[in-house]
Design a protein around this ligand. Structure first.
Ligand code: 13P
Length: 287
């Protein structure tokens, strides 16, 4: 059931668990995530970066695929189709394509410009019943060619953006996209606590979910995080399972080259990873 992410995240915040945002890349990803959410009776957010949208030939293709698959698989749990790290133009494209949620990432703009653009997009999104996420303090690492240094957000700026009426807020707390380097300092809970105190009941978003130790995830949820984004970990699971299949020569046995067979281990690996994360985040049976 396609819905905006507002209600599921308010419930998560109040119930002290988090909903996973799992980024999609193609049909296998989408199907694996939707089926796992349904099996676990968990709400879920399908994240689409601008790059992944382009790869899948555009946001309209993505929205059409997700809507049709949601229906044909008989998915009854709440599913939000969400633009991840959207540009100003990307937000409008997704609104037009029928997404149910957008993220406007104005974190690289001066705060005044982030405020102006976020205000406009909040109004448009809410008029149409979509939820909207904003970001303060860039998330480190690289995603779709955008490199951030992993700065910590200023709690006053978080309050300023939260007060514009966004539905959930991503605040940089030393998190980065991709695999964490060995010398990573860990999440800044001091920053998270200050942001949480500044923004009241606003559900907070933790980007860069890949590789964050379980105890840090649990602590972050206790401090107001209600949405956790995972992308790279699913990609690595898919890669490992696919590599194993090919290295075992299974693609050369019988009809093992059939893409439905070749991609099956990776598909199952994504399902297992999503299940593991939903259990860790506490969203099982919260649909
Ligand atoms: P990871 O790739 O590190 O899991 O980050 C995902 C993310 O934050 C998407 O916005």
């Amino acid at each position: 059931m396609l819905v905006s992410a507002t209600e599921m995240l308010q419930k998560a915040r109040a119930g002290k668990y988090a909903v996973g945002q799992f980024n999609i890349n193609n049909l296998e990803w989408t199907k694996a995530i939707l089926l796992t959410a349904q099996e676990l009776n968990s709400p879920v957010i399908l994240g689409v970066s601008e790059g992944a949208g382009k790869y899948m030939t555009g946001f309209e293709t993505v929205a059409a695929m997700v809507k049709a698959m949601d229906k044909s698989l008989g998915i009854t749990v709440p599913v939000a189709l969400h633009l991840d790290h959207g540009s100003y133009d990307g937000c409008y494209k997704c609104i037009k394509a029928g997404f149910t949620s957008i993220m406007f990432d104005g974190s690289h703009f001066p705060i005044e410009e982030n405020v102006a653009k976020t205000t406009e997009l909040v109004n448009v999104a809410h008029q149409l019943g979509l939820s909207i996420e904003a970001e303060v303090g860039s998330i480190g690492g690289e995603e779709d060619g955008v490199v951030g240094a992993g700065e910590c957000a200023d709690p006053n700026e978080c309050k300023q953006i939260a007060d514009l009426g966004v539905d959930f807020l991503a605040a940089g707390i030393g998190n980065i996209h991709g695999v964490y380097p060995a010398n990573w300092a860990g999440l800044s809970f001091e920053t998270l606590e200050a942001v949480n105190n500044a923004v009241g009941e606003m559900p907070l978003v933790l980007h860069g979910g890949t590789g964050i130790p379980d105890d840090m995830i649990t602590k972050a949820i206790s401090l107001g995080v209600a949405k956790i984004n995972v992308n790279t970990e699913c990609q690595l699971s898919f890669q490992e399972a696919t590599r194993e299949y090919i290295e075992a020569g299974k693609d050369k046995q019988g009809k093992g080259f059939d893409p439905r067979k070749l991609l099956a281990p990776g598909f199952e690996a994504i399902k297992a990873k999503v299940k593991e994360k939903m259990e860790l985040f506490g969203s099982v049976d919260k649909a």
